[in-house]
Design a protein around this ligand. Sequence first.
Ligand code: MN
Length: 755
Amino acid sequence: MTEKQIKEASVLTKAEDTNIRKQFRLLVENSPRLKKKADREMVEKAFNLAFLAHKDMRRRSGEPYICHPLAVARIVSEEIGLGALSISCSLLHDVVEDTDYTLEDIEHLFGEKMARIIDGLTKISGAFSEQSSSQAENFRKILLTLSDDMRVILIKLADRLHNMRTLDAMPTEKQLKIASETIYIYAPLAHRLGLYKIKTELEDLSMKYRHPEIYEEIANKIRLNEKRRIAEINRFSLPIIQKLEENNIRFDINGRPKSIYSIWKKMQTKNVSFEEVYDLIAIRIVFDPKPRVSEKAMCWMIYSLITDIYLPKPDRLRDWVSKPKENGYEALHATVMSHEGKWVEVQIRSRRMDEIAERGYAAHWKYKGINSQESGLDTWLKRIREMLDNPNKNALEFLDDFKLNLFSSEILVFTPKGHIKSLPKNASALDFAYEIHTEIGNHAIGAKVNHKLVPLSYKLSSGDQVEILTSDKQRPQVEWLQFVITAKAKVSIKNALKSEKNNRIKIGKEKLDRTLRALKITPNAYVFRKLMNAYETLTKDELYSKIGLGLIELNNIEAILKKKSQNKLVRYWSLQFLKSINKSSPKKKQEDSGTVGNKKKPILLRENLDKEDSEYVIANCCKPIPGDPVVGYLDNQLDTIIIHKANCPNIIRLASKHGDRIIPVRWTTHKVKSFLSRIKIQGIDRMGILNEITTIISKQLDVNIRSVNVDVLDGIFEATIDLYVHDTIHLNNLILKLAKIKGVDSVNREEYTGE
Ligand code: MN
């Protein structure tokens, strides 16, 4: 059940009772298919039972519950064009599920056929109120068991349409769930069935609840531009109207309305503005066939008359008259050049073709007689069955088929509680985290997709169930920007990084200002130069930032300022500088600080907060981290220094050939930068062990996991975890802790040698 009714013992007011009976009268009167007395009697009997069964129930909106089945029955009759059996089933569709009446009662009162349809409708409702992760599988099963009667699906669509029309009464969370289901399952279903009008309405309503701001914005723009558009359509149509009237053709001509959803979809897929979509006009000509002239001949006659006025675009002619679309759509589409120099699509249809296009196959009966009314649907049903019976396809693939091309740019994933979230294709687990909440994104450390641990960069697919693991200590990382694609995630990460940096700088500046004031030192260029040298920073902001982070204690400022610069050992080598040393005489560069020039003195490997201006890169082959004995290799081509472990086979090989490019380096002691490292954990698989491992890694020791790979074979698991650590001490601590977990057999740092 998507709509839950509030049980109330309140008696219907006189006005309510009158209104309900009036609605029922309208249902019967407006249906062209309730001409037979027996049919009218069946519908009346169904109404009486439904009225009685739902007597004490009200909808969430407060109206008597019976109003809902009545409205569904009117949609089934007036908008889909079904007859007495379907109308009766619509009236009774919620009776078995929500009242004391049973399926046996229905069978007893109305016969087996009707009982089967009601049973199908009840089961569909049940399937969708369960855990949503099983929705796809359930949906498949239900279609498999029930699609032998088309009416079940058509009535379900009408039920959904009415629920969408009255969705305002639902709480927001439910609105989103129902609206997402609608766009995921029901709108494509309506499309497949050729119920274009219902499909369009479902799409628009779904969008209204899923993206209310965009919906309003586009609706407003349509209002503002409507007059101009109508004027243009009229200018274009006038010569056509004259010509067709001269030829005694009876017809209607209309500018084809564009739905809000379709405009939005086009704006996204084609990446164009509202105006570019909206300004493209299309018109539709619906004609009454002349006696003894075939519809097909009339279509081409009208085409011929129009192309006498406007020049056609030859490659844009679509003939669905000679060969209708698989869902039954028939029409002739042409594109012609208006006198204003714009391409205009013209759709030419007979009244009958138009009826099918708008209301689907069920509307066929009007023209072909009652018995053959649903014969065209057999093909559709047969294909659905083939798809369902194919054992090579799983339920999700099946749903993907349903989604058609309409949704190729969008994936739908489930939260652990079964709520559906829509994301653009290629979105990562981290995009999902930000989609849920900015704070969840900011503190995400990993994710479980379909209960398996995956890194935040994991690309999601439709149907995935995603759970985000968070840690209070986690902060947004620059690297994250490489694998998020939603604007929301990007903006949030950038903002968080920026505010964190600004905050550090602000705190650091205040702290330094305070300290200097206390020491009665006037901050000037000289003072800063001294401090920046002493604290190994290149810019003022970096200095503030490190102070803000607590990496620099300001307890020795006076000593630093007293020291003569000549005595200082700390110095920085810019790259250009290094290159020139290597290329030319070392003496040449001594003028600056007088301290440079001795190649044997090690370069300090500063740990930059900002990746961009790092002076060195960590070798990929051996991935040293602070604490490891290291050497630098000046790579002229890459224009940078590459840091290898001292015992790396690659650096040994390089040193033997280009000894002059080997540069002594050593780590500074600041713990700022994190280094990528890999550990391997082996042990006995048991429930929850992975969670314990990731908890220890992420929460207890403030380490970020980059990726996790787990293999389990015969109860033995082997996890390879790439993580960021500060140095060897840090990593060793972590390894010790992990080794203590029950079930863990060994924890080793993976050595990168050679490769
Ligand atoms: Mn219902």
